[in-house]
Design a protein around this ligand. Sequence first.
Ligand SMILES: *Cc1c(COP(=O)(O)O)cnc(C)c1O
Length: 355
Amino acid sequence: MNLPRLEIRLNHIRHNAEVLSSRLERQGIAVCGVTKATLGSPEVANELLLAGVASIGESRIENVERLRRGGITAEILLIRSPMMSQAERVIASADLSLNSEKKVIARLSEIAHRQGRRHGILLMVELGDLREGIMPVDLHSFVDYTLSLENLDLRGIGTNLACQSGVIPDDANMGELSDLAASVETDFGITLDLVSGGNSANLNWALAPNHDCGRINHLRLGESILLGCEPTERVPIKGLYGDAISLLGEVIESKVKPSEPRGVRGQTAFGGIDHPSEPPGDRPRIIVALGRQDIDPGGLTPPPDLQILGTSSDHIVLAGASEPPEVGDELRFGLDYSALLRAMTSPFVTKSYLQ
Ligand SMILES: *Cc1c(COP(=O)(O)O)cnc(C)c1O
């Protein structure tokens, strides 16, 4: 088997998605399974759909197209605002998109008309995290505008917290979204199908015991399904697998070396000047054929007993083990979202799907 290699346990991903979908269903919330960290893997999307998610979410049109080529016919949401320059592809492959600019919405309408298709619009509202979103005072004008355009269906409103500024979803900001949904429905005499409260960072709020989620009936979940953890404090979620995805790398050098470098020291390959201080003396030092081109080094969990000393483009240097691995051995690493995203994107990393 090729190395380095991502091992993706589809049955664990399916389990995680099933557990979250059923817990949220009790709160009246449907799940959109977000596959962006897998680069739009049809294998993963399939498991999510078998687990009962309502739709698939993707941030890039290339990934949406990959899902379609892979046979995914379920509803797909483009969860990043469409690029003007990609409007044709968005209309052709995505069922709905998250929007916050009138110019983009107008373009989507025009292209949908030309292609003889309908396209769903979910209007994103800014509720404190300061990434994408319409200011709440402008929402009614956006609703009015969207309703006036042909070939578009206003499917609902939504927000995204935590990603840019770490703002935590709570009763205050989620209550604001519920109130906005109610006022849009009253003022325009329409029903909003989706009130999309956010991402995995919403889980603590949504699943609090005896909690009333108001009008929120939709969440877009990626990290919690794939990694089994909650992103505001990065704690494992009870009942989910945290090892659904791991990364295997091969040992290319295993020696005993002094722990202190020799010579005058400047910056390292990637600019760091904080050399880690280690206890003096000789210790096992292991090199694995993986690097910054394949992973985000800060997001890698080494095997028990080993410690990551440094990472350059193509080498990870580890120390620690009482029984050091040998050249040719495989070492298994855990990944956070950032390391996963980069490993998925690296052409050097084989993706291996296990049933
Ligand atoms: C990435 C993303 C999500 C999913 O976030 P997770 O933290 O992985 O659950 C949801 N919505 C939007 C707009 C996103 O960009």
